[in-house]
Design a protein. Structure first.
Length: 202
């Protein structure tokens, strides 16, 4: 019987055969990320600096409350912008690979997306993606993978052959690399192995 898969809900779960499977990214979200703490502190410090002229009439308690609020708002805006860059960049990556486009106009893109796409082309060039004499093939793209044994699921960006090597790929546009990235790929690999052993995929 074919497995019924529903993409992730807003609450951070997938529905697999009408059962809730936690999203891998939701599960890994509980991990401590030291670089994020430093980033939050920096954003709050910038908010405090921008607010300094208005702060003279406030007592300490009100000042701290206002700066904390402004810091949270600044972080929320930055995270939203980062998500937009991630989505825009992912769409460009998919477009480039699917259509084997050797160059694109970066002008309409956000500045960080331009950097991401430029770096992406470097990655493809290093792996000779556009060399017609070398095999490059997408095996899976934007596919939901899951483990029924451990009740988790996620959406895998790509499985590709590049230079006769099989790559399990999850695109990232962040400058930071954390343990979460490695754990995410390991979870996807485990889910793929289980699905293959169960005959769900070839």
């Amino acid at each position: 019987m074919k497995t019924k898969v529903v993409a992730r809900n807003k609450d951070g779960f997938y529905l697999i055969d009408n059962k809730k499977f936690i999203s891998v990214t939701t599960g890994l979200g509980i991990l401590n990320k030291p670089f994020m703490g430093a980033w939050y502190a920096k954003e709050t410090a910038k908010a405090a600096w921008d607010f300094r002229a208005e702060a003279e009439c406030l007592n300490q308690e009100d000042y701290i409350k206002e700066v904390s609020s402004r810091g949270r708002q600044a972080c929320a805006i930055s995270l939203s912008e980062a998500q937009e860059v991630g989505t825009e960049s992912h769409n460009m990556f998919d477009f480039i690979i699917t259509n084997r486009v050797t160059s694109v106009d970066l002008t309409p893109l956000k500045e960080q997306s331009r950097v991401a796409v430029s770096n992406f082309y470097r990655f493809l060039d290093l792996n000779k993606f556009f060399n017609p004499d070398l095999k490059s093939e997408t095996i899976l793209a934007e596919s939901v993978v899951y483990s029924k044994k451990h009740k988790f699921a996620g959406t895998l960006d790509r499985i590709m052959f590049l230079q006769n090597t099989l790559y399990l790929i999850d695109w990232k546009t962040s400058k930071q690399f954390s343990d979460e990235n490695e754990l995410l790929l390991n979870a996807y690999y485990y889910a793929l192995t289980e699905m293959k052993e169960s005959g769900i995929i070839n």
